[in-house]
Design a protein around this ligand. Structure first.
Ligand SMILES: Nc1ncnc2c1ncn2[C@@H]1O[C@H](COP(=O)(O)OP(=O)(O)O)[C@@H](O)[C@H]1O
Ligand SMILES: CC(=O)OP(=O)(O)O
Ligand SMILES: [Mg+2]
Length: 391
């Protein structure tokens, strides 16, 4: 019987999980799976570590209560544990606020403190904490750990971390935190493994999933990122607006009479690709659509992506390497090509065939900027953290 760790990664359009065997080395994958939400329907897809399909099925009813999800998923995982013994669970927690940045055990006090951060990450915090509570009910003896998306950016300092509002607010924690940190941590380590001599390269990592952000990275450290106090800032996302003139919010409240709840819904759930296209927040659906508004949404996504990449390059004082990751970054070759075209003026030379063929390196040899596509693995990062925590 081997010891296993469960890693759960609750994203805004998916719940990804990994079961890892732990021993002396890096955690070894036993099962990987995902409940994915696309245009209102849920699907469970899971594979063994060796790549054998374990599930590919519709999951729950479209209108299933969010709270049924963790219990059902944990039931499925339990049934697939076989001879393995679950010894700990790790959870991606998107917001750690000021107090939580190191991997920590999720006792009642931590759960309460992290629940209080829900207004800062309304799409994520409830989705990551529901499985923590469900698991605590089912397996009260099982140690559970929180791994924070904000942790990788913990070292950000002014001016990068600062908003231009009175200092008193900063003292109260109103600053830029940054997210997708488990993904950036994974990519930083992978880059150090595949190109150990290149860690000093001025690198921008584009994590493009349903949520999307950039990280300006050098020597494996975050120097800037596009998300801020919340996961609303920066790039255009599936259903989130990204950077928005705050005057729009005042206007909508004062003149159009929108309530706080309506604004919350508008900015987090009705905007971004979905809001601009009127078709879908899912990039696959937009790429396949003939609707001109779908094309306009993609155009805005790419325009803002390229613009923010140059902002990150400004923080780095130049750009040597660009990495695409996340669901869109890894799979949407069209988006990579469109973004690269907007960056040609920086000396980026793109290799169309390598991009279409799914190669890791998609820039030409004469490109001033190396462009890579790397699959992220937030679940493995979580498992590594949990391994370290339990010794
Ligand atoms: N083959 C594909 N082509 C284009 N986009 C894809 C493809 N596969 C996934 N995506 C996009 O990736 C996004 C989801 O990314 P993911 O990182 O899984 O999301 P989450 O933010 O929930 O973790 C969706 O917009 C989806 O359309
Ligand atoms: C922080 C965030 O937006 O995460 P995701 O892309 O997984 O929704
Ligand atoms: Mg994600």
């Amino acid at each position: 019987m081997t010891d296993a760790i469960l890693a759960l990664n609750a994203g805004s359009s998916s719940i990804k999980f990994g079961l890892f065997e732990i021993g002396s080395g890096d955690p070894a994958l036993l099962v990987r799976g995902e409940i994915e939400e696309k245009d209102g329907a849920r699907r469970l897809v899971a594979r063994s570590g060796a790549g054998q399909s374990l599930a590919d099925q519709r999951w729950g009813s479209q209108r299933a209560e969010q709270d049924d999800l963790p219990g059902d998923l944990l039931g499925w995982i339990e049934a697939h544990l076989g001879q393995d013994r679950l010894v700990a669970a790790g959870h991606r927690i998107v917001h750690g606020g000021r107090a939580y940045f190191e991997t920590c055990q999720l006792d009642e006090r931590a759960i309460a403190a992290l629940t209080a951060l829900t207004p800062l990450a309304p799409l994520h915090q409830p989705r990551s904490l529901a499985p923590v509570r469900a698991l605590a009910r089912l397996r009260p003896d099982l140690p559970q750990f929180g791994c924070f998306d904000t942790a990788f950016h913990h070292g950000l300092a002014p001016p990068v971390s600062r908003f231009a509002i009175p200092r008193a607010f900063e003292v109260r924690g109103i600053r830029r935190y940054g997210f997708h940190g488990l993904s950036y941590e994974f990519i930083a380590r992978l880059l150090a493994e595949i190109a150990p001599g290149d860690t000093g390269k001025r690198t921008v990592v584009a994590h493009l999933g349903n949520g999307a952000s950039l990280c300006a990275m050098r020597d494996g450290k975050s120097l800037d990122t596009t998300m801020g106090f919340s996961a609303l800032d920066g790039l255009v996302m599936g259903t989130r607006c990204g950077a928005l003139d705050p005057g729009v919010l005042l206007y909508l409240q004062q003149v159009e009479g929108l309530s706080i709840a309506e604004l919350d819904d508008l900015l987090y759930r009705q905007s971004g690709l979905l809001g601009v296209s009127g078709v879908s927040g899912d990039m696959r659906t937009l790429l396949a659509s003939q609707d001109p508004h779908a094309a306009e949404a993609i155009d805005l996504f790419v325009f803002r992506l390229a613009r923010e990449i140059t902002a990150m390059a400004n923080t780095l004082g130049g750009l040597d390497r660009l990495v695409f990751t996340g669901g869109i970054g890894e799979h949407a070759h069209q988006i990579r090509a469109l973004a690269a075209r907007r960056l040609e003026w920086l000396g980026l030379r793109f290799e169309d065939k390598a991009n279409l063929d799914g190669k890791q390196r998609i820039s030409r040899d004469d490109s001033r900027i190396e462009v890579l596509v790397l699959a992220t693995d937030e679940e493995l990062t979580i498992a590594r953290h949990v391994c370290r925590a339990i010794g």
